[in-house]
Design a protein around this ligand. Structure first.
Ligand code: GDP
Length: 340
């Protein structure tokens, strides 16, 4: 580890057999494709590279399944040496023994080139399996994988994890977020910064999310509840929709819009001109409050606040959040000073 210097991006490669769902995952998460539209997409024929975010540098590369990347003829040593993680997609609805065999060959080869590599196995299209069958399927895939790793003398390889995913629900976002956040070299500092934000704002949970994909890159160190991430991700969609509905590009910097969304210009330091940043506050009928603030381009801070029962004044809460978000942003600038 320690191979990620500040300016070179960590590479993640997405592999798996044909039709396992690789293109659908990328389209759904990064290009806003609706899950049901994936039925019509073509299977990938050539490797594609996608830059996830400008600040947090991750390149995602999709490799088409029909090329045999572990063929000795194909020189992939360079590729595996530069890779932080391999995401291997297995279709849970199909016969998967062949996929597991292929996965083992990939692990053997990748581990030989780069012993620090992480392998993340997505047991994908899990939506097609009945609830009680899901865990059994994952367990079976896991057991088979361990057996085969053992046979190959790789039983000590600890860098492999299994997840259940589907593009029809939130799981793919949550799992990709987890995988990507592990590759961010600045993660400990960012987590610390979020912990401070949570403590000083008396909120329950905070995230740093990518506005475009809704993936979270960092969350504070308290345990993550999927439901909380789900409502926070929904807030991103809502903020963006409202912003475009209300004409996000008008440049009156004192504008304050009616309703639950307010949007203001934030001074972007001395050297750069003022820029429009998204800011949105939402109050649910349950009393939960959500706060979204774009702190750097396409990167937003989201706070989840549960009703404390004291009936704290909304505008006071908001003032505290704004104040602490500004401090948080300063902290981000310190961490990423060489890239801003
Ligand atoms: P690729 O060849 O690995 O890129 O696979 P595709 O992305 O082309 O997907 C193959 C098929 O799987 C398509 O018909 C998709 O609609 C379907 N698919 C992808 N993800 C999911 C999922 O999460 N659930 C279900 N039920 N089908 C999926």
């Amino acid at each position: 580890s320690g191979s990620n210097h500040n300016n070179d991006a960590a590479t993640v490669i997405l592999m798996g057999r044909r039709r396992s769902g690789k293109s659908s995952i990328l389209e759904a998460v990064f290009h806003k494709m609706k899950p049901w539209e994936s039925v019509y997409i073509e299977s990938t024929a050539k490797p594609e590279v996608l830059n996830v975010a400008s600040l947090i540098n991750i390149n995602l590369m999709e490799l088409p399944g029909q090329i045999d990347y572990v063929d000795p003829e194909y020189d992939n040593s360079q590729m595996f040496r530069q890779t932080g993680a391999i995401i291997y997609v297995i279709d849970a609805q199909d016969e998967y023994y062949g996929a597991v065999r292929n996965l083992i060959r990939v692990v053997e080869k990748a581990y030989m080139e780069n012993p620090n590599i992480r392998v993340e196995v997505l047991v994908h299209k899990i939506d097609g399996l009945s609830e009680e069958f899901r865990d059994d399927t994952v367990r079976d895939i896991k057991d088979r994988t361990s057996e085969m790793l053992y046979d190959g003398g790789l039983e000590s390889f600890a860098g492999i994890d299994f997840y259940q995913t589907s593009i029809y629900d939130q799981s793919i976002y949550e799992v990709l977020s987890k995988i990507i956040s592990r590759l961010i070299p600045e993660l400990p500092s960012l987590e610390h910064l979020l912990d401070n934000f949570v403590q000083h704002s008396a909120i329950e949970k905070a995230f740093i999310c990518d506005l475009k994909s809704k993936l979270y890159f960092v969350t504070d160190s308290s345990p993550l509840d999927s439901k909380i991430y789900e409502v926070c991700a929904e807030l991103i969609d809502l903020s963006i929709d409202l912003d475009s509905l209300l004409g996000g590009n008008h440049d009156d910097d004192s504008s304050s819009l009616e309703g639950s969304i307010t949007e203001g210009a934030i001074t972007d330091g001395e050297s750069t001109p003022k820029q429009k940043r998204l800011r949105c506050v939402s109050k649910l009928s349950s009393g939960i409050k959500l706060y979204l603030h774009e702190v750097l381009k396409d990167l937003c801070l989201i706070a989840f606040i549960r009703d404390d029962g004291i009936g704290a004044d909304d505008s006071a809460t908001l003032a505290v959040l704004d104040y602490n978000a500004a401090i948080f942003r300063k902290g981000l600038e310190r961490i990423f000073h060489d890239r801003l």
